[in-house]
Ligand binder design. Structure first.
Ligand code: ATP
Ligand code: MG
Length: 695
């Protein structure tokens, strides 16, 4: 491709960044200013002008999805062979390749969750911990490992960092030490060890470092504001003493400092590389002036180091609708209304895949899953099953590949639909959750065929099969033709025409456990990330009570102060209110809770409980575990309302179980035994049908 053509469509500052082909480059810019666009064009420009070959470039992004998107854009710019990966996947590849040579012996087993090993470690330290306790310790171990804190230094480090330890730091340190011992003994690799070992391999084995550095000579890192010390260590090991490094980020979008990331590598980049080209972008190409005003407003009162680097965004797009601020009586009312508004948007021509509902915690998803199902609107939950690993997709891809030389006279889309029909792609989506999910996956493949045909008119089956192969190889799942439900954390870097930011109450955003000023600031940045995902339509909402009829004691998020139209009633109430940390309400009657014990239970001690709470907790824990094992989102196993119904009715036979709403024949077969065991107060035995993998 002609190098200059690659630069078309970039503004002068973006061009500066793209043209700075050698040496260190730092792009510091706000949301939607074209950072990701600038770096993909810069990569394509470097390739087109012969400065570096595609194979010598390593582009690192934050999530598998972002990596997939980057590969897609690079393919479009004529650089399909550039490696765009997460730190983790790039490291894993190198480590597996050199493992026999460096370490030898049996290949280690990768673990994606620490819980089981942490549980054994805690046991060996004679500590009795419930699931929450184990999870808390696992997060602490992760934090310690990414910030390079050893077990012996943990106590001091956690105090210094001002972390609210979930239990005595001394105990965490003991479990951490036992965890690492067990892990090594059993030849297990967690996420952090993969990065750590790769970095160590490069530092300690010059010959290997030489080979890896010969291969990769040109580095680009997106979302650099959320890099942690361990990732930085690995990046430095990759670089050696070279400096062809381009980093891109927005300090105001730092949202992983709770997990050990720090924006200072970005904000202090020129201190490390005095010769760096630094480019700032302020023109916001993503959002309308109306949305940009809200974004700037959310950051107006930002404090702390990240805020020192804040840039006021300048809107570039034409006017759009005013963002809406809506208060609801309760959460179901909020969810139902949002679903209704989404249906109206779809009716008026907004494609479903251009709409997202964003929330602070994954648990908020259930109400929206329910309301959207009720309204017949397809949706997917981000961070769910890997698309190309779903059985129906594996089968479909296999069949489609086999048919690559098939009927050429039909248009591509028709052929693909014919092939997928016998696998379950009916005209009308079927009833039933499982069948529906299968259908949605197949429909996404058909959509991909439509995209390919639109991009390349006259595309044949062979082109489609090639596209599929490229995607299977790179795990780049097609856009799903439904609306997106996502947490604010997983929405970073992405954009939609219409965004619904829901559940904006004190206690949710900022989240109840954000107490220190820094933690509150991180919550503010999350709010900023959420707002800046919207291109045109932005709806902000909150509910005053959790359930219908509950006491309406919640307050809208402080981040909306000065932005939402002040209602006299609300304003009066605000004036008379003392500042309070966060609000927890009784989930039965909605009263605001003040006693610690009640806050933990999330209900008044004397409010009636109409289900077996302990059973519900055990069902949830089992669901979490099974979901993790099967690599599916928990709601695919059972929704919250089904678990709730199980805890209410406590079925004792298959017949009773099958009468619970949400338990169909497939679920009965797959999970019946485990659920009945749990209901009978026993351990679920072998878990789901897939069985438990022993790690
Ligand atoms: P974030 O901080 O959210 O990651 P970003 O800075 O990476 O955002 P991009 O995703 O690269 O921003 O770009 C935002 C949107 O603006 C995209 O739709 C992109 O295509 C568009 N855009 C970026 N630069 C330009 C430009 N020069 N002209 C027109 N559109 C542009
Ligand atoms: Mg980006």
């Amino acid at each position: 491709m002609d190098p200059d053509r690659v630069l078309e469509g970039l503004d002068p500052e973006q061009c500066d960044a793209a043209r700075a082909l050698r040496g260190p480059v730092c792009i510091l810019a706000g949301a939607g200013t074209g950072k990701t666009r600038a770096i993909t064009h810069r990569i394509a420009y470097a390739v087109a002008s012969g400065v570096v070959t595609e194979q010598q470039i390593l582009a690192v992004t934050f999530t598998t999805r972002a990596a997939g998107e980057m590969r897609g854009r690079l393919r479009g710019l004529g650089a399909p062979r550039v490696q765009a990966r997460t730190f983790h996947s790039a490291a894993l590849r190198q480590l597996s390749f050199f493992w026999p040579q460096v370490i030898g012996g049996p290949e280690p087993t990768l673990i994606s969750s620490k819980i089981q090993v942490v549980a054994r470690a805690a046991h060996s330290c004679a500590l009795q911990l419930d699931r929450t306790g184990l999870r808390d310790i696992a997060s602490e171990i992760e934090w310690a490992k990414v910030t390079q804190v050893r077990p012996t230094d943990y106590e001091k480090a956690t105090a210094k960092a001002g972390r609210a330890a979930p239990m005595p730091a001394h105990d965490v340190a003991r479990v951490y030490e036992a965890y690492e011992e067990l892990r090594r003994e059993r030849n297990l690799l967690d996420f952090e060890s993969i990065l750590e070992l790769t970095a160590a391999m490069l530092t300690e084995h010059p010959a290997i470092a030489q080979r890896v550095r010969d291969q990769y000579r040109y580095f680009v890192v997106d979302e650099f504001q959320d890099v942690n010390p361990l990732q930085k260590l690995l990046l430095d090991a990759w670089l050696g003493d070279r400096d062809d490094l381009c980093v891109v980020g927005d300090p105001s979008q730092t949202i992983y400092s709770f997990a050990g990331a720090t924006p200072s590598y970005l904000t202090r980049f020129s201190a490390g590389y005095p010769n760096a080209t630094v480019v700032q972008l302020v023109r916001d190409y993503r959002s309308t002036p109306q949305v940009v005003r809200v974004a700037n407003g959310v950051l107006r009162h930002a404090r702390g180091p990240a805020a020192d680097h804040r840039l006021e965004l300048a809107a570039q797009r034409p006017d759009g609708p005013d963002p809406t601020y809506t208060e609801y009586d309760d959460e179901p009312a909020e969810a139902t209304s949002v679903a209704r508004k989404i249906a109206a948007l779809i009716d008026s021509g907004t494609p479903a895949r251009e709409i997202a509902v964003l929330f602070r915690t994954n648990s908020q998803s259930a109400a929206y899953e329910q309301a959207l199902s009720d309204a017949g609107i397809p949706f997917s939950v981000r961070g769910a099953t890997r698309f190309f690993e779903r059985p129906e997709i594996k089968q479909a891809v296999h069949t489609l590949r086999g048919a690559r030389h098939g009927a050429e006279q039909e248009p591509l889309v028709t052929t693909v639909r014919h092939i997928l029909a016998p696998l379950g792609l009916t005209e009308v989506p079927p009833e039933g959750r499982e069948a529906r999910e299968r259908w949605e996956s197949l429909a996404a493949l058909a959509q991909l065929a439509e995209d390919v045909a639109a991009e390349r008119p006259g595309a044949a089956m062979e082109d489609f099969a090639a596209e599929l192969e490229a995607r299977v190889a790179t795990e780049h799942a097609p856009e799903f033709e439904g609306i997106t439900l996502a947490s604010l954390h997983s929405a970073k870097g992405l954009e939609w025409d219409a965004v619904f930011l829901v559940g904006l109450t004190e206690g949710m955003l900022p989240i109840i456990y954000a107490e220190s000023a820094e933690q509150i600031e991180e919550e503010r940045r999350l709010c900023y990330v959420g707002v800046t995902r919207a291109r045109e339509y932005l709806a902000l909402s909150w509910a005053l009570a959790r359930s219908p009829g509950g006491r309406k004691s919640r307050k809208p998020s402080r981040f909306l102060d000065g932005l939402r139209p002040a209602s006299p009633a609300l304003a009066g109430e605000r004036a008379g209110r003392r500042r309070q940390a966060a609000v927890v309400q009784c989930r039965v009657c909605g009263t605001t809770l003040t006693e610690a014990a009640e806050r933990k239970l999330a209900r008044c001690l004397d409010c009636p409980v109409d289900y077996d709470e302990e059973l519900l907790e055990r069902l949830k824990a089992w669901r979490r575990e099974s979901a993790r094992e099967q690599k599916v989102p928990p709601y695919v196993i059972f929704t919250d309302s089904t678990l709730q119904a199980l805890a209410e009715h406590v079925p004792t036979s298959e017949a009773q179980l099958s009468r619970i709403s949400g338990v169909g024949a497939v679920k009965l077969e797959r999970y019946g035994e485990a659920v009945l065991a749990l209901c009978a107060g026993k351990e679920p035995g072998s878990g789901g049908a897939e069985g438990q993998r022993d790690e």
